[in-house]
Design a protein around this ligand. Structure first.
Ligand code: NAD
Length: 333
């Protein structure tokens, strides 16, 4: 199959090559898919994308006009793809429904540790040979209540780690899982009211857009720690910034940001004008921002690339029939 893969960074090239074994003819493009770069899909059968690629309706229609039949995203989340436009044009879609949930769960808990124990500040001081303890006071996770919103693969993996730290676990999910060991089911409001730490693991959907806003924040405990490794759009950043300034939110750890498209995954350090909202957020104490890197482990990259190649294989063998596909591994979009 002739394929163009967008947003390919150096770190994933070897994983993709190993998974592909030269089966598919894949052109690697470092830039994201957009109306400006869509022409690289000319003459291809399939397009491979990532979370910050523009797979909106105008781009999907251009791809369809060029004869693209398949779009495979190297992600769990599919909120960047206009599924309706793809369906209308007969383009089949596939994602990587599950890969190493531990990668994202471990990063979430790493952020919690770094925030709680002021590891970034301590290291910054140590770099100046300043070994004072001022400003480094933390708390024990043991005994604290952690509220997990979205108890799918990643939410459950995150809960298991916090459980191991001796935390009390409560969870909210529109489809609370039958098997959620040690997690007490709560309503969204109960979770927000009781949690010392709130961790977001739901997909970005119309129903989860700005789930965290000034009203939901007002229900939270004073000094709460908020963690978001799901999608930026779940959090109203302006409301969160205001709550941080008032001390209502005590700690914020985000691996995703609502306006990250065109910003994350690239070096913008020499830009004259920087995203003002994010710049102000980063300037607050007790805020930790990472560049959508929670997935970035060897294990996860291997699984992502292997599943992506398997999706292409299945399409090539005409085994996948889109949304009504019977195969167990792909076409879950
Ligand atoms: P999943 O599908 O296994 O679980 C999602 C859970 O959210 C499901 O149990 C679902 O019922 C629940 N949910 C849906 N709507 C909800 C709502 N309105 N309120 C509460 N819960 C709701 O997905 P997953 O593998 O656990 O991934 C979760 C999200 O994490 C993905 O959608 C993706 O956006 C994000 N993600 C981020 C990274 C990263 O690198 N930061 C990597 C992978 C995934």
């Amino acid at each position: 199959m002739k394929v163009v893969a967008y947003s390919i960074k150096n770190f994933e090239k070897e994983f993709l090559a190993r998974a592909n074994q030269k089966k598919h003819d894949i052109t690697l493009i470092s830039n994201p898919l957009s109306l400006k770069t869509v022409m690289y899909a000319e003459g291809k059968d399939a397009v491979v994308v990532f979370t910050n690629d523009d797979v909106s309706a105008p781009v999907v229609h251009k791809l369809a006009d060029m004869g693209i039949k398949y779009i495979a995203t190297r992600s769990v989340g599919t909120d960047h793809i206009d599924k309706q436009a793809a369906g209308e044009r007969g383009i089949k879609l596939a994602n990587v429904p599950v890969y190493s949930p531990q990668a994202i769960a471990e990063h979430t808990v790493a952020m919690a540790f770094a925030l709680n124990r002021q590891l970034i500040l301590a290291n910054k001081h140590a770099n100046n040979f300043d070994f004072k303890l001022d400003g480094l006071l933390g708390f024990n996770f043991s005994g604290k209540t952690v509220g997990i919103i979205g108890l799918g693969h990643i939410g459950l993996a995150t809960a298991a780690i916090f459980k191991g730290l001796g935390c009390r676990l409560i969870g909210y999910d529109v489809a609370f899982p039958a098997n959620a060991p040690g997690i007490t089911q709560a309503s969204l409001n109960e979770l927000l009211q009781q949690s010392d730490i709130v961790s977001l693991h739901a997909p970005l959907l119309p129903s989860t857009k700005y789930l965290i806003n000034k009203n939901s924040i007002s229900l939270m405990k004073d000094g709460v720690m908020l963690l978001n490794t799901s999608r930026g759009g779940l959090v109203n950043t302006a409301d969160t910034l205001a709550a941080l300034k008032m001390g209502k939110i005590g700690y914020l750890g985000i691996d995703v940001y609502e306006n990250e498209k065109g910003l994350f995954f690239e070096d913008h350090s020499s830009d004259n004008v920087k995203d003002p909202l994010l710049a102000e957020l980063i300037a607050q104490p007790n805020v930790l921002v990472t560049p959508h890197q929670a997935f970035l482990t060897h294990e996860a990259l291997q699984q992502i690339t292997e599943q992506t190649i398997r999706n292409l294989d299945l399409w090539q063998q005409d085994k996948c029939v889109g949304n009504s596909c019977a195969c167990a591994v792909s076409c879950r979009i």
